[in-house]
Design a protein around this ligand. Structure first.
Ligand code: PLP
Ligand code: COI
Length: 361
């Protein structure tokens, strides 16, 4: 398959430097978007074509567009970080590209070549370099590559036309409290994904499926929902947009990839990074009873959530039908904070990247 070259069309209405700086001073998460976007089309029989870097602008969509009716959508999330010398690097973009291909296969969508995915992200970051927040804080430029079907029609089948887009948004902390511990509602009845379903694909439908449980958690005063497996309603899987880690002294354990949870790139990086720091790390099964009991008997010392948007966020409180408990005294734990710093130091170029995870632009 030929890889289209990305053609540049300068932005017609970029924000002024002063407007941009005002946004970068307090970006929030996913509220502001940069001046450009990359678009690449796919048509049956022709493959990928018309790769363009164009001004960020609304799309015009036919009301009978297949995506609007059947949620034929996949997406990714990765970040570009400003380094101490002013240069910019993204974190493991090839891993996102590979997961994007796996998501595409699950939804019978065309697979974008890894190098085209990475080139599209690079082209957007280069064009909107001024939008990458300064080194030193916790802000970064969040990239959101995604793909939708663009065919018009109401028949349920794989489409014959798709559109891949990358947009970018300056991002501060995903949770307004930053590293402040979050509270979790343990959902024992509502599930996020089932065996054989789409839980390991990064597709909009999974997030739509999580909204009711998320709203119920908010009613209970919780920030996030922890989902259990859909068969036994017993094994902890993940949060709606983050993986989970359990800290047992000097060992960190994350739920194994059963097919119904997302293979997070942060999760994968931490399996390695923990070992680099002298901890043990493993994938395993953790039941809710174990979570409760091991917290009570003191062997489970910390719990944290991890993901691109959330980085590493401590869990401070768990609420469940069977009772509530504080995690790590409601404070960020030592191992959590050490891993968080080590990860951010690599991502922002403050420490040596021995695994070749950072992709310099
Ligand atoms: N789980 C879900 C459901 C997610 O949406 C995300 C976010 O991307 C993650 C886990 C963490 O994945 P990553 O570390 O690749 O961002
Ligand atoms: C990410 O971390 O990139 C995600 O896609 C999670 C989402 C909840 C923002």
């Amino acid at each position: 398959m030929t890889t289209p070259t990305i053609e540049l069309k300068p932005s017609s209405h970029p924000l002024s430097g002063a407007e941009r700086e005002a946004i970068l001073a307090s970006p929030g998460f996913g509220r502001h978007f940069t001046d450009h976007m990359v678009t690449i089309k796919w048509t049956e029989g022709r493959g990928w074509h018309d790769a363009q870097l164009v001004p960020y602008a609304p799309l015009s969509i036919d009301p009978a567009n297949m995506t609007l009716h059947y949620a034929i959508e996949i997406f990714e999330g990765l970040k570009a970080f400003r380094r101490p010398d002013g240069s910019v690097a993204t974190f493991r973009p090839e891993a996102n590209a590979e997961r994007f291909q796996r998501s595409a296969r699950r939804l019978a969508m065309p697979e974008l070549p890894v190098e085209t995915f990475v080139e599209a992200c690079d082209a957007l970051v280069r064009a909107d370099m001024a939008w990458v927040p300064a080194h030193g804080g916790e802000s970064s430029l969040y990239l959101r590559p995604f793909m939708i079907a663009t065919e018009v029609g109401l028949g349920v089948r794989p489409a014959n036309e798709y559109l891949f887009i990358v947009i970018a948004s300056p991002a501060g902390a995903y949770f307004p409290g930053g590293v402040k511990p979050v509270s979790i509602w343990l959902s024992e009845d509502r599930v996020r994904a089932v065996p054989g379903g789409m839980g390991d694909a990064k597709t909009g439908g999974n997030y739509a499926a999580s909204l009711l449980a998320q709203a119920e958690a908010a009613e209970k005063g919780c920030d996030q929902v922890a989902y259990l497996d859909a068969v036994e309603h017993k094994w902890v899987e993940e949060l709606g947009g983050m993986n989970l880690y359990f800290v047992y002294g000097d060992k960190i354990v994350t739920p194994e990839l059963t097919g119904s949870l997302l293979a997070g790139i942060t999760r994968d990086s931490l399996l390695q990074l923990a070992q680099d720091l002298g901890y043990k790390s493993e994938e395993g099964r953790v039941s809710i009873d174990q979570w409760r009991e091991d917290t009570k008997n003191g062997t489970l010392t910390e719990v944290f959530a991890c993901g691109t948007a959330a980085v590493i966020t401590p869990v401070g409180l768990v609420k469940s039908a069977g009772g509530d408990w504080k995690q790590s005294g409601g404070q960020p734990g030592e191992v959590t904070l050490r891993l968080r710093k080590a990860l951010l130091d690599i991502q922002t170029g403050r420490s040596q990247d021995i695994h070749g995870w950072t992709h310099e632009l």
